[in-house]
Design a protein around this ligand. Sequence first.
Ligand code: WT7
Length: 569
Amino acid sequence: MQRIPAQDGKFNLQNYESMREKFSWEDVKKHFSWNTTGKVNMAYEAVDRHAEDPNKKDKAALLYSSPDREENVTFDALRRQSNQFANVLKKHGVQKGDRIFLFLPRSPEFYAAFFGILKTGAIAGPLFEAFMEQAVRDRLQDSEASMLITTPELLERVPQEDLPDLEKIVLVGGNNETSDKYIDYDSEMKAASTDFDIEWVALGDGMLIHYTSGSTGKPKGVYHVHNAMIQHYATAEWVLDLREDDVYWCTADPGWVTGTSYGIFAPWLHGVTNVIRGGRFSPDDWYGTIDKYNVSVWYTAPTALRKLVSAGEDVVKKYDLSSLRHVMSVGEPLNPEVITWGLKAFDLRIHDTWWMTETGAQLIVNLPSLEIRPGSMGKPLPGIEASIVDNEGNELPPNQMGNLAIKRGWPSMMRQIWKRPEKFESYFVNGWYVSGDSAYKDEDGYFWFQGRLDDVINTSGERVGPFEVESKLIEHPAVAEAGVIGKPDPERGEIIKAFITLNEGYEDSEELLEDIRQFVKTGLSAHAAPRELEIKDAIPKTRSGKIMRRLLKSWELGLPTGDTSTLEE
Ligand code: WT7
């Protein structure tokens, strides 16, 4: 087996075993001002604390660029802008605990609004910019959001007639609406004071909701609390290896949990300069961003890294990437070939990290001090107890495959599934949080990811629930029934494949299939649209009417079909 030793001299190396022994979450708490003042708010720790420090207030918090805009925002400017936004929210009646959603492109306004929300004690709900009407409706309805911050263009995808709780809409980039339901961002910000009394909260109070998919039902609202900052802080130190003068870049969108936990909280809790790049991915754009800003710590995803590998080494050579010290990956299995390529192209190890929307922060990681075993997700973070358990929650011996599980109670753990307590409890068995992933642990304690145990699809690192896609598909007039699976794909990890049956009067044709694909793409979101569609005479179901996706997958991949005793006649 290939093993890659730690790169001495590059990191604050800490011996893993002794770190595990010495580590305590209590020690991490000492870094926060609330530990002495008792006043808790994530926004204070991530923004205002640095803005109050004369040495840091004029330091760049945000280096923002997109193809048509460029802006640097200091910690003090971010403090003032988020105060202004908090005042706008207060003026329009926002209260602690309200759900305020953001449906915005990655932009400086997003970050000002985001911290403005937290400063009022409200709960922020970031939505991915590419969501279409159905995805927006599901999330705003379920969360009973009272306010939304969006742009005039994205407003078209907000089905307001279906959202009775939505009282106000803040428009960034111009307000041509006549009703007083709409608030103009620019003029109200200008009029608002840059002073604001932060609403102090309890560590267990709500801060953030991220919707994510399971194998059944609508997306679920994963509810995170301010306490999560303890783990964001610790992982930024030990896993991201962040230091004062680093320039950090996390490529994830804040509509997903990586884009908040590690695109916002982790760097800013440490007062580190954070690069945000808008626009679309291209190898030149990405390498150019590292070169231009002298990015030193980079957190990205296997799907992007695989595209960079395909783009070849000549593109790498066009840019000066010598600022890079540390590279990490998350979201899907990191292919050993990508690690090998990283050593060649950057002379750096790429460190895989494992966690989930529900876990709020990294749990199983390749720490800088650990030897990397390509293909392994690494070892549990100090302070985290991870194991492989059977379905009853009994621990299994090394090298045996089972449920990847974490001992309940780490700081950044979700505290609710919004309005669905039974769903929340269903994650836990015998004191373990059961992830839905299968894995094994080797004799030396390295964890190896094997796959999902449920039907959740991971396409280009994005989590898609088959039920959502199936529900959208059957809204199309031609589609009678639909079954959706993830099909292995070398670049995207998985692609979405849908099997459908047609209603009476519809004929199989290329145009019809394309029309159905577009229907999902424009109704739900581009990443949820099936790349492959196949018409069947029937969709296999159990006698109780559940779609047997497993069977569809076995057929597709030519695998043994296993137990089909519950298959309907
Ligand atoms: C699922 C969680 C919060 C991270 C972004 C995705 C898969 C995540 C890895 C990894 C193999 C991984 C798992 C997990 N996953 N990281 N390093 N190796 N698989 O968060 O959308 O909640 O998805 O992503 O299957 O359960 P998410």
